[in-house]
Design a binder for this molecule. Structure first.
Ligand code: 6R9
Length: 647
């Protein structure tokens, strides 16, 4: 094992904010006396009314309640903008890098202030008030960040829907949150191709069940239909708006945003994040995990449609007065050198991306990396799925030239911020391990019966024993679902849905989901969602969806479908089903492999045995395990004979 441990590089250790002794003593205090620890660190942000209470949480299944800093008042946009104006008003807050390499813009904190205030006033003019919901369906342009911060400024709650989701998925979220306003662009631009955002919003509005307005940023100038009285061009209303807008004082526990995410059952849940605890946690993790120093240029390649974009493109970095890069394009356009060209162009010091991107760029060859001057890089980060050691080593050696630590950060939409991670100046690295908990985070390993495993070295289900400030507070409109999803399976713990291994040093290795959630290119998807889209097709009688190992995406989507009586199994129909799912959910849910299955393996009580389907999808049918409870064992032979993923 020892040859696979990478000590903290000396050049990083000598300047790092946190060394190992500091980590150990701060961690100890954060667990032994969370009230004292967070009372101190809660002051890292500005409060309009200081808090007097710190932690007030219960994981008791009958009474789950999570509150932090509950009597404090603050405003997130004031923390991300106003408080930096005096000291760094002319510093770049956002470096925007367009899809086209010749398109970029630096936005200072002063400019950010003016643009956010004007937009906040435009929101008010459109009838949006404190507590109202605003849906953002945006490309990666600076207006996406303005739109988030302007909501925070007036106390409106934003809910971002990733631009790759379909009109149906968008309509569900507009209706589910009863949003008053949708902010979008005429079209997005990714990899030289146009994304029909406004057209999708128009289609979604055919299903929207209440009155709402649409604010449209002109990005491409493409011809898009506008409806009088409902649709407004951004420049028409924001241009003349006043740049004076006082930030609304918000209670620490007021919701800042809702973000829909997939779970193992039913439709996506609206994860609700708070104002105070969330910002304290996002900003603190951003500073320490990335060892952020004043003046550093920091780039997180995520989309703002995912939680990573919320916490680590916008809220965490801006609360810290950082310079944050926002990238509109894709890693391979116009060439597979794009990421590295952008690092060179903006002299990026800290770079945070997903293993799926690393794997695909690794496949393109190291000459694309070596062309660029990457000497500015100091810290590398990974998020979204376990990083396989091969990709880790390539990232470390080819991109980081063996002197940039990789922080492999494990966390979730629900956790608001990073939970298990190395700290650059404190933690020895092991390729594939997220290593140790962040301050205030108490991971525990449980066996299948829910007993805590006391041995250090073990494998089990990863749960968290107590609350941390960034934790989600509820499922929007459905607190019971919050309780049953996260606190019922293992009473007294937050159940994350992941399995893990803990090694003899106490370092954590995340092994993947233990529920029916799959992770495709770092995007979370409930198999139930894809199944329900499939069975909505008139020719499908039954469907089962599982993940299978995929070289680039991490996991691919493997679909078993049973057709209605008399329907023919054709290539044509495969294509049709693939398009159907793209249309129902969005391109990210597009099935990779579709197997027609006259029968699915079921127990006598009618439950689909996914374990078997997973094995067949993995092309590992020699190890099917116990099949004695199958109602009809012959279906398995047919499934094996017709499997789609063979070597
Ligand atoms: C931030 C984010 C959460 C799920 C999570 C886990 C997987 C994320 C990981 C990781 C291993 C890492 N995951 N980071 N697995 N190592 N460093 O990705 O949020 O979209 O909600 O996904 O992603 O399975 O449970 P989200």
């Amino acid at each position: 094992m020892s040859e696979n441990v990478y000590p903290v590089p000396a050049n990083v250790a000598s300047h790092a904010l946190i060394d190992n002794d500091t980590y150990l003593s701060m961690y100890k205090q954060s667990i032994e006396d969370p009230n004292a620890f967070w009372a101190e660190h809660g002051k890292r942000i500005d409060w309009m009314k200081p808090f007097t209470k710190v932690k007030n949480s219960s994981y008791d299944y009958h009474n789950v309640s999570i509150k932090w800093f509950e009597d404090g008042e603050l405003n997130v946009s004031a923390n991300c903008i106003d408080r930096h104006l005096e000291s760094r008003g002319d510093q770049t807050a956002i470096i925007w890098e367009g899809d086209d390499p010749s398109d970029s813009e630096n936005i200072t904190y002063k400019q950010l202030h003016e643009r956010v205030c004007k937009l906040a006033n435009a929101y008010k003019e459109l009838g949006v008030a404190k507590g109202d919901r605003v849906i953002l369906y945006m490309p990666m342009i600076p207006e996406a960040a303005y739109a988030m911060l302007a909501c925070a400024r007036i106390g409106a709650i934003h809910s971002i829907v990733f631009g790759g989701f379909s009109p149906d998925a968008l309509a569900d979220r507009i209706n589910g949150s009863k949003a008053k306003l949708v902010v979008t662009a005429d079209q997005g631009l990714r990899g030289g191709r146009k994304v029909a955002l406004k057209t999708n919003v128009n289609a979604a509005f055919e299903k929207v069940d209440h009155d709402a307005k649409i604010l449209v940023v002109k990005r491409t100038g493409g011809d898009v239909p506008m409806t009088d009285g409902r649709d407004v061009w951004y420049d028409d209303i924001v241009g003349p708006a006043s740049a004076d807008c006082a930030p609304e004082p918000m209670n620490a526990e007021d919701p800042l945003f809702i973000l829909y995410t997939s779970g193992s059952t039913g439709m996506p849940k609206g994860v609700v994040h708070s104002t105070g605890g969330y910002l304290v946690y996002a900003s603190m993790t951003h500073q320490y995990v990335f060892d952020y120093h004043d003046g550093d240029v920091y780039w997180c390649t995520a989309d703002v449609g995912w939680v990573t974009g919320h916490s680590y493109i916008v809220y965490g970095p801006l609360a810290n007065g950082a310079t944050t890069v926002m990238f509109e394009g894709v890693p391979t356009y116009p060439t597979p050198s794009r990421f590295w060209d952008v690092c060179e162009k903006h002299k990026v010091n800290i770079f945070y991306t997903a293993p799926t991107a690393i794997r695909s760029l690794m496949g393109a060859g190291k000459e694309h990396v070596e062309k660029a001057d990457l000497s500015s890089l100091r810290i590398l980060g990974s998020v979204g799925e376990p990083i396989n050691p091969e990709a880790w080593k390539w990232y470390y050696e080819v991109v980081g030239k063996k002197n940039c630590p990789i922080v492999d950060t494990w966390w979730q939409t629900e956790t608001g911020g990073i939970m298990i991670t190395p700290l650059p100046g404190a933690t020895a690295l092991k390729p594939g391990s997220a290593t140790r908990p962040f301050f205030g985070v108490q991971p525990v390993m449980l066996d299948n019966e829910g007993n805590e495993i006391s041995e250090t070295e073990c494998e089990g289900i990863l749960c968290i024993a107590d609350s941390w400030p960034g934790q989600m507070r509820t499922v929007y409109g459905d607190h019971d679902r919050f309780v049953s999803t996260y606190f019922e399976t293992f009473k007294g713990y937050y159940f994350a849905g992941d399995g893990a291994r803990r090694d003899a040093d106490g370092d954590y290795w995340i092994t993947g989901r233990v529920d029916d959630v799959i992770n495709v290119s770092g995007h979370r998807m409930g198999t139930a969602e894809v199944e329900s889209a499939l069975v909505a097709h008139p020719k499908v009688s039954e469907a089962a969806v599982v993940g299978y190992p995929h070289d680039i995406k991490g996991q691919g989507i493997y679909v078993y479908v049973t057709l209605m009586e008399g329907e023919e199994e054709t290539e044509e129909l495969r294509k049709e089903l693939r398009n159907w799912v793209r249309h129902e959910i969005g391109p990210i849910a597009s099935p990779d492999l579709i197997q027609f299955a006259p029968g699915l393996p079921k127990t006598r009580s009618g439950k689909i045995m996914r374990r078997i389907l997973r094995k067949i999808a993995e092309d590992d049918f020699a190890a099917l395990g116990d099949t004695s409870t199958l109602a009809d064992p012959t279906v398995v032979e047919d499934l094996i004979d017709n499997r789609q993923n063979r070597d």
